[in-house]
Design a protein. Structure first.
Length: 43
């Protein structure tokens, strides 16, 4: 389980499958503004 993020602290390390294949890592975007949106899929 990922710990709940806290305002003012660094974001947790996020490593997700990319929609283009491969992996998407938050650490690869350090120093840039990033918006991550999570939504639930009902399959």
């Amino acid at each position: 389980m990922i710990a709940r993020p806290t305002i003012g602290l660094p974001a947790p390390d996020i490593d997700l499958p990319s929609s283009r294949g491969g992996r998407w890592k938050l650490a690869d975007h350090r120093g840039r503004a990033v918006v991550v949106v999570f939504h639930r899929h009902n399959h």
